[in-house]
Design a protein around this ligand. Structure first.
Ligand SMILES: [Zn+2]
Length: 378
């Protein structure tokens, strides 16, 4: 019931506006009577607990007394939050038509109306208003329209909008969205040329490099796979779990395993436990078992991780035949524990999963889901 007091604000504002127009006393008097009558009816319904009809009457006052934009906007937002979208739409449409709105207020009302339409599932109507705003250089409309095109999977529309209005783009998350739009369009048309456009954007995105490396790897073009994935792992080392085994395989196919080992050495400081495990495997391949165990033990003392502990158990089991069975049993338990933990987590909303999603199913942000870190992570 408290939020219904908001309804009094626009009415009071409308009342004040009308009373202030002393040079049109008769008109003001007539309007005043009209408002008072509607207002009384609205209040009566509210007092009789017939809230729907009460609200209808108070909304009707908008047409007579639309003066205080902020109050009506607050009222509409309240309706939207309550899920009463028809009322929110009605208020925003009335506001948008009102001649007294300045450009900023009109743009804000249009944006709110588009949000109402999106919530109501009227996506065409929302798109129309958002496109209008983008064309009028309102960067606030970028996020909702990019979300809308993500939802409808209209990648081309998003790309065309970006190419026509690239000067409006400044936020990293918008560039990430467009980079992924290029990826989606490229995968649909099987055209890596479109994917490469994503790399030429001002802001580095993760997925284009990943997909280009993956595409090259699938074609057994190991030189290109290394080219893209090496750049990716150097810039975004924490994404290594997605492709490090295939990257190692690419080096191996070209008889360049020593270069892979050198790369791991470069990444040790900024990489997580997975890079350390790969480094240990490299030491083992070179016959330096004791060195590998010492390296891993020292690393775990500094930064304990379950995956590192599991790998250490496997190393020790190979070294100690007499307690191998016990160590294997413990490792089995540890591995089962790891399997229950999510492999990926959204850095924006905390959503967790066992697979990578390039757009978070929960918060709809692009490239915010990353391999898990910390004690249970990579
Ligand atoms: Zn999220």
């Amino acid at each position: 019931m408290i939020e219904l007091l908001f309804l009094l604000l626009p009415v009071a504002a409308g009342y004040g506006w009308i009373m202030g127009k002393n040079n049109a006393k008769n008109q003001a008097h007539q309007l005043n009577r009209q408002i008072t009558s509607e207002y009384s009816k609205g209040l009566k319904f509210l007092l009789d607990r017939e809230e729907d009809q009460g609200l209808e009457h108070l909304i009707n006052l908008l047409e007579v007394a639309a003066d205080s934009v902020e109050h009506y906007s607050t009222l509409a937002t309240m309706f939207r939050r309550r899920g009463e979208l028809d009322r929110a739409i009605k208020i925003h449409e009335l506001l948008l038509k009102h001649p007294s709105l300045n450009e900023q207020q009109a743009a804000a009302s249009r944006l709110e109306l588009a949000e109402d339409y999106i919530m109501a599932g009227l996506l065409d109507g929302a798109e129309e208003h958002l496109v209008w705003l983008v064309k009028a250089n309102h960067s606030d409309a970028l996020e909702p329209i990019l979300n809308l095109y993500s939802q409808t999977r209209e990648w081309e529309k998003g790309i065309n909008m970006f190419e026509a209005h690239s000067d409006l783009f400044s936020k990293p998350q918008h560039f990430k969205a467009i980079a992924n739009f290029y990826c989606e369009a490229a995968l649909l048309s099987n055209d890596p040329q479109i994917m490469r456009k994503a790399i030429s954007l001002n802001h580095k995105a993760i997925r284009p490099l990943y997909e280009l490396g993956k595409s090259a790897f699938a074609k057994e073009d190991y030189v290109k796979a290394i080219y893209y994935w090496r750049e990716l792992i150097c810039s975004f080392t924490f994404f290594a779990p997605l492709f490090i085994d295939d990257l190692a395989h690419s080096y191996e196919q070209l008889n360049l395993t020593h270069q892979f080992h050198e790369l791991l050495l470069q990444l040790l400081d900024k990489g997580g436990v997975l890079i350390k495990i790969k480094h240990c495997q490299a030491l083992l391949e070179q016959g330096h078992t004791e060195q590998a165990i010492k390296f891993l033990t020292d690393s775990l003392k500094r930064q304990p991780t379950i995956r590192g502990f599991s790998f250490l158990l496997q190393l020790l089991a190979k070294q100690n035949n007499d307690i191998k069975d016990v160590l294997d049993q413990i490792d089995k338990l540890v591995t089962s524990y790891i399997a229950t933990k999510p492999d990926f987590q959204c850095q924006h909303c905390g959503f967790t999963s066992h697979t990578i999603y390039w757009v978070c199913p929960s918060c709809k942000h692009w490239e915010t889901i990353v391999p898990s870190r910390g004690l249970d992570g990579f």
